[in-house]
Write a protein that binds this ligand. Sequence first.
Ligand SMILES: [Fe+2]
Length: 292
Amino acid sequence: MSSLFDLNNQSAYQRWREQKLEQAPASAANLIVEVNDPLKLTVSEHAALLEKCRRSNMVIYAARQFSADKNIARKIGSQFGLENLDANWLAGEDGISEIKVSSTSDQPRQAYIPYTNKPIKWHTDGYYNTTEHRIRGMLLHCVHSAATGGVNRLMDHEMVYLLMRDENPEFIRALSAPDVMTIPARTDDDGVARAEQSGPVFSVDENGKLHMRYTARTRSIEWKQDELSRAAVASLEQLLGSASPYIYGARLESGMGLLCNNVLHDRSGFNDNPGAPRLLYRARYYDRIAGS
Ligand SMILES: [Fe+2]
């Protein structure tokens, strides 16, 4: 089907662009919706969460009450049509990952950055996945926040596309090439052993929805080396390093969670409170948030 993200589809794209800019959240506070119990969202709470996701592909809920049950991630996701979990071998058999600092004895998690207190650069989740296993939806639920740090920066991938297309539509063309970004065969940050993966940064799925695959890592990633691809990647790096009003910084506190269509995000380093170390549950889905 024809998508408004098709470079030839100017009129539909321009209408969408105007609306996207008009509806963009003014600050991180605009991404937050308070809810009573995220396991039993009321009709109006659910509508408020979905409205944010429609505008900017993400919302942060802040729950007044919740249990520290690992099933919470799945139960929240299922209220938004998120059912098909991407299971990796570190996630545990139910496909929900516990993101926390692993002790040195806890191999192999200890070797992977998400399971340390180190900063994580800009990325979308599952950037090394095949097209069939694209991560479209993601949920991150905070049980305990860190003593200091652990802030996420967030940017709607559709806004990244828009700003880059404004700058130079040829950048979009270059970043949509199926061989622009290659992850060599190896074991990745989450400990998943896999074959070499080449793919686009921007792609449009069968429903006309935009997907983005990206990591700002410089090790273990090969970018296509023609002039236009290099300029496009440099422009994207510059955008993510800028003080863009469309980059939102937020720290998930206990009971808060990010529900999103796999938007770009990073994480600052942090220090744990030994009595209650930082703990987040993460669920990755092949589905997008229903109705967003
Ligand atoms: Fe991530």
